[in-house]
Design a binder for this molecule. Structure first.
Ligand code: C2O
Ligand code: CU
Ligand code: CU
Length: 544
């Protein structure tokens, strides 16, 4: 069996598209590679918390009958509070990591899978080498040691496999879990805690008659992104959340490969959002529904104190347009349904399939289906009230951007069965001059999904993600041809606060400010439709 150094060397030769000239221009490329064998803890990193995560192929009982084969991460606390890891019993999901801002964390990742793999800490601002770039994938029997300080503010983050060309399949098989970061400011707020602070990981899966996960990967499904026919919450089918008559904080993560949700309470209660990808927003925002694209997080506030015991409430995904190229063709059917008309009155009948892709799916993207069931089961001893102000957020200023007159625009496109960023496909160690960004700068950037140049049939929504520090969205622009479809989602896009992933709808351009502070090296940017990512809709920035 290879040792790690040989593996790294082999990979370096295998993947290095970098010429001697490129190495001369960007010496950190070579450095990143030769230092890739961070399989030993470093003596000068004094960890507050040490944990061991093991990836393994196991069978777990999800349904009655045969057990389901999944790829499972199990965790163990080696140093620090036992509460650092909470596992979700009986779930294929990886355990939840509960961390504090300022903590220094060492993680031993052990790969016992019959495949190479690497984990990425989605939303966390960590050094390049600790970020889970696919070039650091380890083989069966190998260990990768991560060491980083939690620099992020309190919030709901997550971690998942990021292995070259097989991220979708590995995440689908179970290699994903939550990271909950807390800090003093958040703890002082008096938001619901403990059992009233509930993580809700939403994923769609497909099982065969033997209870085994089915991952379809024919080309059409790859172009669209995989869609399952069963909604899993925290890794469980038919999940019902029992609640007391009081307020709750629900931390939603869309951990699906490609499914986009438009979530609304089925009794007409508006959705109250208190946080997004990068933690709490300044003040609660109330809207008729909330959009949740793959990898995005939303924290919801909901108060059940006025609901009689026995009340059942469902968070549903309700119809929207523009979900796929078919959406455009079927747009006429929903043309009369402007944003304002998407209210309760329209929700009576099932409009399943309209505006979504069908292909025989029982849960069409953009259809109408239940996501989370809640049941009020008992009285509460106490309640928390919703603070009018949650947290101050310092706005990034356009004037501080290094390129305020010259935004770095990333054009999204799909062509000849490939998904591209600025016309390019992913290649390891393939940094182009426009992908080099000076460290400690603020950059004005934009994702352009056919705003300037229509993409016709290939118009698709893309949940775009950047590694490294979180960003702030400053503007959305929509091509008039796509305005009507966009109006079916626009009231639920939450652009306040800090983001690491944003939904970019067909015909849309999203402009944002992103800081690139502290760390040099490679940081990925990609579509978080995981099938698109694996098809090549991913690139690296080199921060130097
Ligand atoms: Cu959650 Cu590079 O991704
Ligand atoms: Cu990420
Ligand atoms: Cu995409």
């Amino acid at each position: 069996m290879d040792n790690t150094i040989n593996t790294q060397r082999r990979k370096f030769l295998q993947y290095s598209g970098i010429s001697a000239a490129a190495v001369a221009t960007y010496p950190s490329l070579l450095q990143a590679k030769s230092m890739g064998t961070s399989s030993k803890p470093s003596a000068n990193f004094h960890a507050d918390v040490e944990i061991e995560l093991t990836e393994e192929s196991v069978k777990i009982p999800i349904f009655d009958g045969p057990q389901t084969k999944v790829w499972k991460v199990s965790g163990k606390v080696l140093k620090g509070p036992a509460s650092t890891i909470t596992s979700l019993p009986g779930s294929y999901l990886a355990p939840t990591l509960n961390l504090q801002k300022g903590q220094k964390v060492r993680i031993y990742l052990k790969n016992k899978l019959p495949a190479e793999s690497i984990l990425h800490w989605h939303g966390l601002h960590v050094p390049s080498k600790m970020d889970g770039n696919p070039m650091y994938a380890i083989n069966h029997g190998e260990t990768f040691v991560y060491e980083f300080e939690i620099l992020n503010r309190a919030g709901t983050y997550w971690y998942h496999a990021h292995t070259h060309s097989v991220t979708a399949k590995q995440v689908y098989s179970g290699l994903a879990g939550l990271i909950i970061v807390s800090d003093k400011e958040e703890q002082a707020l008096g938001l619901p805690k403990g059992e009233y602070d509930v993580p809700i990981v939403i994923q769609d899966r497909k099982f065969d008659s033997n209870n085994q996960l089915v991952y379809v990967s024919h080309m059409m499904q790859k172009m669209m992104g995989f869609l399952g026919d069963k909604i899993m919450i925290n890794g469980k089918p038919d999940f019902v959340l029992p609640v007391e008559k009081r307020s709750y904080r629900l931390r939603l993560l869309n951990g699906s490969n490609s499914r986009i949700y438009k979530l609304a309470w089925d009794d007409g209660t508006p959705v109250t959002v208190i946080g997004t990808d990068g933690g709490l927003i300044e003040k609660p925002e109330t809207m008729p529904y909330v959009m949740l694209a793959p990898a995005e997080r939303r924290e919801l506030w909901i108060d059940f104190s006025n609901k009689p015991i026995g009340t059942e409430l469902t968070l549903r995904s309700i119809p929207f347009e523009g979900a796929s190229s078919h959406g455009g063709m079927m747009g006429g059917m929903g043309g009369g349904m402007g944003g304002g008309m998407m209210g309760r009155g329209m929700m009576g009948g099932r409009r399943g399939g309209m505006g979504g892709m069908s292909s025989g799916d029982s849960l069409p993207l953009g259809g109408d289906y239940a996501v989370l069931k809640v049941k009020v089961v008992k009285k509460a001893k106490s309640n928390d009230s919703l603070p009018a102000r949650l947290t101050p957020i310092k706005p990034l200023r356009l004037a501080d951007a290094a390129n305020s007159n010259d935004p770095r625009t990333i054009t999204l496109s799909m062509r000849h069965m490939s998904a591209l960023l600025n016309g390019r496909s992913y290649k390891m160690n393939d940094i182009r001059p426009d992908e080099v960004i000076p460290v400690n700068t603020l950059q004005l950037m934009a994702f352009d999904n056919g705003f300037h140049r229509s993409m016709g049939m290939m118009a698709m929504p893309h949940p775009m993600h950047l590694h490294g520090e979180q960003f702030q969205i400053i503007k959305r622009e929509i091509n008039p041809r796509h305005q009507a479809a966009h109006a079916t989602v626009s009231e639920g896009l939450v652009d306040s606060g800090w983001k690491d992933t944003t939904l970019v709808m067909p015909g849309e351009k999203v402009t944002f400010l992103k800081p690139f502070n502290d760390f040099k090296g490679m940081f990925m940017y990609h579509c978080h439709n995981l099938e698109h990512e694996d098809m090549g809709m991913m690139r690296d920035f080199l921060i130097k």
